[in-house]
Write a protein that binds this ligand. Structure first.
Ligand SMILES: C[S@@+](CC[C@H](N)C(=O)[O-])C[C@H]1O[C@@H](n2cnc3c(N)ncnc32)[C@H](O)[C@@H]1O
Length: 329
């Protein structure tokens, strides 16, 4: 579904509606979140997320030097929009592996590999990768430290990890301009929903911790920034699809009545509310590149540190330098 300026959803053939299947039980057991990809709203949420965040994501991925021939792992890809774009960038010489615990929304375009994969449990796909990227994934994964370590482990020397996670605690209001009852209702529902997420192990302040985590993982040239839209049709569509998807849970948890949810949905669809998203923190870091030895490559173990400049790893991999980072963010 694409969004127009008038907030009229237009269906485009992005991915088929997933069949409810055997993996549903697996997803419920292993994904510690309120979301499941097994509902039509999941595809609508992926489309809204693409509309809202792809431009910023693509800017960050381009800035680390993404180019034809790169090998990329897109973890927790959800829908096809990011891996499709990555496949265009790396071209036929490159490789894009898109993984998710539930691959129902990733249509097989043939331009990228699709794998069902639990990032906190399963071994990472075979690297090395020039780039590993994940957006809105780790915050939902209970073994997120392990997942992050797995991502770093498959980077090639000089490769980049780019992580993007929401930080709702940084800006908790869905209606920052709370001018009346409609905005108050929206903010109350969002607060209740976030309490539900916290109970389920979601760290609502995870985004801001990314730079520290990347540095702790040994990455260098670490940086981060934040982006969040304040209003727009895609913000409204994300809110609508999200509330539709979890309305039963909101009612069951006593956060809102059915009547309040109907009222909120009608307020959202009317287009009168300025609905913001949570800040998206994008953080990047590179694995220290190997550097050509100044002198001849040593032959004996005693020569392992002689005649070298900087960090040298005397392995048999091709020694590759990290491309210059484009600072025009
Ligand atoms: C909020 S969506 C984000 C999707 C996509 N990255 C984006 O930004 O549009 C979270 C995705 O993470 C996936 N996911 C959740 N837990 C996972 C896990 N343990 N391993 C792999 N994927 C997981 C979900 O299935 C879902 O597709």
């Amino acid at each position: 579904m694409k969004l127009t300026e008038t907030n009229v959803p237009v269906t485009v053939p992005v991915a088929a509606k997933p069949a409810r299947g055997a993996i549903l039980g697996v997803c419920r057991a292993r994904v510690g979140i309120c979301w499941t990809n097994q509902r039509p709203e999941a595809g609508q949420r992926f489309d809204a997320l693409s509309e809202l965040f792809n431009a910023s994501t693509f800017r960050h991925l381009s800035a680390v030097g993404l180019e034809p021939g790169w090998r990329v792992w897109e973890a927790g890809a959800g829908g096809p929009s990011v891996p499709s774009w990555l496949a265009e960038q790396v071209g036929p010489e490159g490789r894009v592996v898109a993984t998710d615990i539930d691959t129902a929304w990733m249509s097989g375009t043939g331009r990228f590999e699709v794998r069902r994969h639990d990032v906190g449990v399963d071994p990472p796909p075979m690297g090395p990768f020039d780039l590993v990227h994940a957006r809105l994934l780790l915050v939902h994964v209970s073994r997120r430290d392990r997942a992050l370590a797995a991502m770093v482990s498959v980077l090639r020397p000089g490769g980049w990890l780019v992580l993007e996670e929401a930080d709702p605690a940084l800006q908790p209001l869905v209606c920052p301009d709370e001018t009346g009852p409609a905005q108050q209702l929206a903010n109350r529902l969002k607060t209740g929903f976030r309490e539900l997420l916290t109970e389920r192990g979601v760290d609502l302040a995870y985004g801001r911790t990314l730079p520290g985590r990347l540095r702790a993982a040994g990455l260098v040239e670490v940086g981060a920034d934040a982006y969040f839209p304040i209003t727009g049709p895609a913000c409204a569509e994300l809110e609508r699809a999200s509330v539709e998807q979890i309305r039963d849970r909101l009612v069951a948890a006593g956060i809102a009545t059915d009547v309040e949810i109907e009222q909120h949905l009608s307020n959202v669809i009317s287009g009168r509310l300025d609905l913001a998203t949570s800040p998206m923190i994008s953080s990047w870091g590179g694995l220290r590149p190997t550097v050509e030895p100044v002198a001849e490559r040593p032959t004996g173990h005693l020569g392992a540190t002689a005649g070298v400049r900087g960090t040298v790893e005397f392995d048999d991999c091709a020694v590759r330098r990290r491309p210059a980072r484009n600072n025009a963010r």
